[in-house]
Design a protein around this ligand. Sequence first.
Ligand SMILES: Cc1cc2nc3c(=O)[nH]c(=O)nc-3n(C[C@H](O)[C@H](O)[C@H](O)COP(=O)(O)O)c2cc1C
Length: 309
Amino acid sequence: MSEALRTTVAGLDFQNPVLLASGTAGYGRELSGVVDLDRIGGFVTKAVSPEARHGNAAPRGWDFDGGMINAVGLANPGLAAVRTEALPWIAAHVQRARVLVNVVGHTMEDYGEVVAGLDATPGFQGYELNVSCPNTKKGGLEFGADPESLRDLVSRARAATAKPLFVKLSPTLPDVVGTVRVAIESGATGVTLFNTLPGLVVDTETRQPVLGFGSGGVSGPALLPVAALAVRRVTQALPGVPVIGTGGVSSADHVLQLVLAGASLVALGTASMAAPRAAERIVRDLARWCEAHGVSRLADLRGALEWPS
Ligand SMILES: Cc1cc2nc3c(=O)[nH]c(=O)nc-3n(C[C@H](O)[C@H](O)[C@H](O)COP(=O)(O)O)c2cc1C
């Protein structure tokens, strides 16, 4: 493993900055026959909610020219099963990769409940709070779009753990820097930029949405520049806040773009669904790139983008 890729983020030691994004790596076990999890920096688990969720009607995912759209509906086995089955498997089988548990809820209380319910279980080092979903007590307004809800939600999670907390935001927020500020002031350690972008793909023959749920979240190539700009803005305005850059990453060059923009870690989702070993390939390519460019520590390039004056 290349020493040039090693990095410390939020007090955690990562052997490299390449993660698998939530929802595309299951709870590790699902990928373990195909991906050597201990070669990547880490992975973010699929969502965990207090109760099991069955998810949305099929089709749940659809490829289109610009990437992919999905409405999986945050299907997951629920807190109890993750505690007794998924995390013990990770604890027994994943040694070097870092693991963040992705948390989701219908209410603010749900987030605190999941964090409190998992915190003492071995197998993971931190959390990612998915706040880009509807708050059922506020008429479906996204948690992350409402500073008051966001403050309450993050504070509840923080009260239940001393572990790092990353807050994962939607690319549709009108003021991403302001939202990140609220999250950090409420106890978040860092943020993930971004989740999917809301969208609709229509089947013109049936005149229906291609997805069983109707609308969905767009992911893939076009999100990379969107994430890069937000990473840049957030890390310029709030230096020291660790950012997991996410969106459209499928190569070492894409990881470098996000690191230069200011990301501390980079996660890929859609690309690794198409090619499960993409993250391992990216790690190898990054190591080669560092060697070829005489870079002894990739983390030194964080935020080193030269902006036109
Ligand atoms: C099939 C699928 C399932 C996803 N499930 C989750 C999830 O459970 N929780 C979450 O926070 N993000 C989820 N995401 C969003 C990804 O983690 C990521 O933020 C997004 O896809 C953008 O990255 P990408 O362009 O590399 O896919 C999911 C994405 C996809 C494609």
